[in-house]
Design a protein around this ligand. Structure first.
Ligand code: C2E
Ligand code: CA
Ligand code: CA
Length: 711
């Protein structure tokens, strides 16, 4: 039993062994197959794969050695043969460049917890998605893929999304201009939400301000250039219209046909407002709101072109208020401004809407009339009619606050047709004519003519040589004796002469008024005063002459100079002249310009002993009330009364009145222009006992006062 058992056992064992062997082989085959499968999977997978050993140092993962990598590893990283090398060796500087990556590897190696990241690897300059896990202690597996393209696309999407939500309103339409999308800014600007707008057409924003031509130009531009931009007036949901800046871009598909339109819109209300304000400041006078000089010049330029084409005349009216300065000086600039505003309104009321009324500055206005008759004479009548209307309208009293004010105006007119004259010439012509109106006594109108131009050129020339004369000391003083009733010399009037190199000795009548206008009277007057004072100082040293007075004519411009008194005192000091021997001859109009100022200045000068004569007395307004207020010493009867006193009983009566007036006011009276003995006798009979005139001596250089000056 035993043997059989033993035998049986041996067979069984053999069979078992054979079976086991077969099984082992099968298992080995299966393993090989499996490994083959995994290896091929591993080798052919698209993701990069790296199996690494961790190098520990003091318990910390310091580096990693590549134990095996797949094909995709090299394809994705381009690092070549890496097996057996350290990561830090294969990618030098990775530890510094990408510390985050290194930290993840180390962390997974220590913790065994897998991690997944999307990371930009600086050392390789690309984006990767990386999964790391640790299959066993001391080993990690890295499976990764490059995702740079995806990241770029994501970024672009984000940029596009951000851009879409920018400050500018954006609408995207399809090829039929049906709105598909709008952004938040669009809603903010227009008031229409996406629900309102999507499915509608952009003409929902139409304001009605831009016409059909505008839109057809716009679409033509888009078809031609693929885009268009420009200013457009739109209407908000609230109904309010606003100016916008619109850019439309056509989007073309692959085949070149238009698939969408993108419109961007900005609200330019603020910019427009600023533009309007700047325009207002640049072209309009802030006080009156009228066009300013710049705008007038611009319109005049246009008007000349139009008139050349239409053959119609135009006119320029140069308007200047008379005596505006004295209102400003005496009542302040606020009053002046009030007047200017009213004047502006009145002028505007006198012209048609198409005409231009401009303020040139100060109290000067210009009216430009267009489209007058083509015939010169008719156009003159038309322009003068408007000018006359302006004159009389501006003549009406003004109410300035509580006060009533009266003002007159001088107007110069010139016509234009086409471009015969330049803008500058035309303005000069109107200005010259205005100046003539002033010369003609103000409150009137003058039409430009060519003689005015010649006269003005002569004046310009004279002005230049007047300056030259001052520089070259060409002026001299003549003295005309003044005598008492016994014919004894009491003093003289100083009268200036110009020793002109070409014209010889020129009388003051030919240059004083020009010197006044140009301000040259100031240096000239100063020279006269200084010369006279030096003469007085000279005379004061001799008994025969130390009682003589010298009279000096003072012009308005000189007297109104703020430092007139100071200047006189300075000259008196400098020359050492006795102020009691100095007499100023002033005219009535000069003194009445500003009575308070006159009184103040005269009073101050009188403190030193200077005396005053009222020159040309009798021809002025003779406001007796004011005369009483002025600290005068002498009235000088005008030459015109003296001339005809013998034949004209009226003149004789006036002389008698002046003498009586002088006595009442305690003033001396002197007659000028006394040429004959008969005149002198009559004057004496009428009570006048001081004389000046050819009878006693013509104006001559100072030496002649003693020798031969008398006729
Ligand atoms: P005015 O102050 O009335 O001067 C008197 C003018 O009458 C002088 O003319 C004088 O020559 C003239 N005259 C003198 N006696 C007679 C006479 O018997 N018969 C006639 N028909 N005329 C006589 P002149 O020197 O040509 O001066 C003219 C004006 O020029 C002066 O008038 C005065 O207003 C102004 N003027 C003269 N010198 C100066 C000056 O230094 N400064 C200023 N601001 N004006 C001056
Ligand atoms: Ca005089
Ligand atoms: Ca006089």
């Amino acid at each position: 039993m035993t043997d059989i058992t033993t035998l049986n056992l041996g067979e069984e064992v053999l069979a078992l062994l054979a079976e086991a062997e077969l099984e082992r082989k099968e298992t080995e085959q299966a393993l090989r197959d499996s490994e083959q499968l995994y290896r091929s999977l591993f080798e052919n997978m698209l993701n990069g794969f790296a199996y690494c050993r961790v190098l520990f140092e003091q318990g910390q993962a310091q580096d990693f050695i590549y134990l095996s990598v797949n094909n995709a590893f090299d394809t994705l990283t381009g690092l070549g043969q890496v097996v057996g090398k350290k990561v830090s060796e294969v990618i030098p500087g990775i530890r510094e460049a990408d510390p985050a990556l290194f930290e993840i590897y180390a962390r997974v190696a220590l913790s065994g917890i897998p991690e997944y990241v999307e990371i930009y690897v600086q050392a390789l300059q690309r984006w990767f998605s990386i999964a790391v896990y640790s299959p066993s202690f001391e080993h990690i597996v890295v499976v990764f893929d490059e995702i740079s393209e995806r990241k770029k696309a994501e970024l672009e999407l984000r940029i596009a999304a951000t851009a879409f939500e920018a400050q500018e309103g954006i609408m995207v339409t399809d090829a039929d201009t049906v709105i598909m999308r709008v952004n938040r800014a669009f809603t903010e600007i227009t008031g229409y939400t996406a629900e309102d707008a999507v499915g509608k057409k952009p003409n929902m924003l139409k304001s009605g301000y831009n016409d059909a031509v505008f839109f057809s130009d716009m679409w033509q531009g888009i078809q031609r250039d693929g885009k268009w931009q420009g200013e457009i007036w739109n209407r908000r949901k609230t109904g309010e219209t606003f100016p916008g800046w619109l850019t439309i871009t056509a989007v073309a598909g692959d085949d070149g046909s238009i698939t969408h339109y993108v419109g961007t819109l900005t609200d330019i209300t603020q910019r427009k407002d600023a533009e309007t304000e700047i325009r207002q400041l640049a072209f309009f006078d802030p006080l009156t709101g009228l066009p300013n000089r710049r705008l007038l010049l611009d319109r005049l330029h246009q008007a000349l072109l139009v008139s050349a084409r239409s053959q119609r005349q135009g006119a320029l009216l140069f308007i200047d208020l008379d005596n505006f300065k004295s209102l400003n000086d005496n009542h302040g600039h606020d009053q002046g401004d009030l007047l200017l505003k009213q004047v502006a309104q009145r002028i505007v009321s006198c012209v048609r809407e198409v005409d231009t009324v401009a303020r040139m500055g100060g109290d000067e206005f210009v009216v430009m009339l267009e489209n007058l008759s083509g015939r010169y004479q008719e156009a003159i009548v038309q322009a003068e009619r408007v000018g006359g209307k302006i004159l009389s309208t501006l003549n009406q009293p003004y109410s300035l606050g509580k006060c009533e004010h009266r003002s007159s105006t001088s107007i110069g007119v010139t016509l234009f047709d086409g471009q015969k004259f330049s803008i500058g010439e035309l303005l000069k012509q109107a200005d010259l004519a205005m100046y003539q109106a002033k010369m003609a006594g103000r409150n009137t109108l003058r039409l430009f003519n060519l003689e005015m131009l010649a006269a003005s050129e002569a004046r310009l020339h004279l002005e230049e040589s007047l300056r030259e004369g001052l520089r070259r000391d060409q002026f001299i003083l003549y003295y005309q004796p003044q005598v008492d009733c016994d014919g004894l010399l009491t003093g003289a009037e100083a009268l200036v002469r110009w020793q002109h190199p070409c014209h010889g000795l020129m009388p003051p009548g030919e240059f004083i008024s020009l010197a006044e206008e140009t301000g040259l009277i100031l240096p000239l007057g100063n020279w006269v005063l200084e010369t006279v004072c030096r003469q007085l100082a000279d005379w004061s040293t001799q008994k025969m002459t130390d009682q003589l007075t010298l009279a000096v004519n003072v012009s308005a411009r000189q007297f109104h100079c703020p430092d007139f008194v100071e200047r006189v005192f300075a000259v008196l000091d400098k020359t050492g002249a006795n102020p009691r021997r100095l007499r100023f001859e002033l005219t009535e109009s000069l003194l009445l310009d500003n009575v308070d100022e006159s009184i103040a200045k005269m009073t101050e000068l009188k403190t030193k002993g200077v005396t005053f004569a009222l020159d040309d007395f009798g021809v002025g307004y003779s406001s007796l009330r004011y005369l009483q207020l002025l600290p005068l010493d002498q009235l000088k009867i005008d030459v015109s009364f003296v001339r005809d006193a013998l034949t004209d009983t009226n003149d004789a009566a006036i002389i008698r009145t002046i003498v009586a007036l002088g006595q009442t006011l305690g003033l001396g009276v002197i007659a000028e222009g006394v040429e004959t003995k008969a005149q002198c006798d009559l004057l004496a009979k009428l009570g006048c006992h001081a004389f000046q005139g050819y009878l006693f001596g013509i104006p001559l250089p100072v030496e002649a006062l003693w020798f031969g000056g008398q006729k």
